[in-house]
Design a protein. Structure first.
Length: 110
């Protein structure tokens, strides 16, 4: 089972809203984060956008004490020339999810 979105990617005017998680039963926060970020790449590409168009990201982590594991994946992925504003929160996530990433990006075609 591949990464999934809690909701479809939504375009509204000049903005794109997307939510990404990773498959359940992967016990590594680092690996779940990498898969969620890959999902975002794919989803954004379908609408002609990329990680460089992300304005804001909110990252929800099941165990905030392991934030460094998420940061390793994020730091390897993020566009350092256009890094979005990012906030991280420790929360109770459903199922075996360890990370959920919510982004707002520019919709160049909107």
């Amino acid at each position: 089972m591949g990464p999934r979105s809690r909701s479809n990617l939504v375009r509204y005017g000049g903005l794109i809203f997307a939510v990404a998680t990773s498959p359940n039963k992967i016990p590594s926060l680092h690996e779940q984060t990498k898969l969620a970020l890959d999902f975002l790449d794919t989803s954004l590409a379908r609408v002609g956008a990329s990680k460089s168009d992300i304005l804001q990201a909110t990252v929800y982590i099941a165990d905030i004490s392991k934030k460094e594991d998420m940061n390793r994946a994020w730091d390897n992925w993020v566009d350092r020339e256009n890094a979005p504003q990012r906030a991280c929160f420790g929360v109770a996530l459903e199922g075996d999810d360890l990370v959920e990433i919510v982004v707002i990006a520019m919709n160049k075609s909107g």
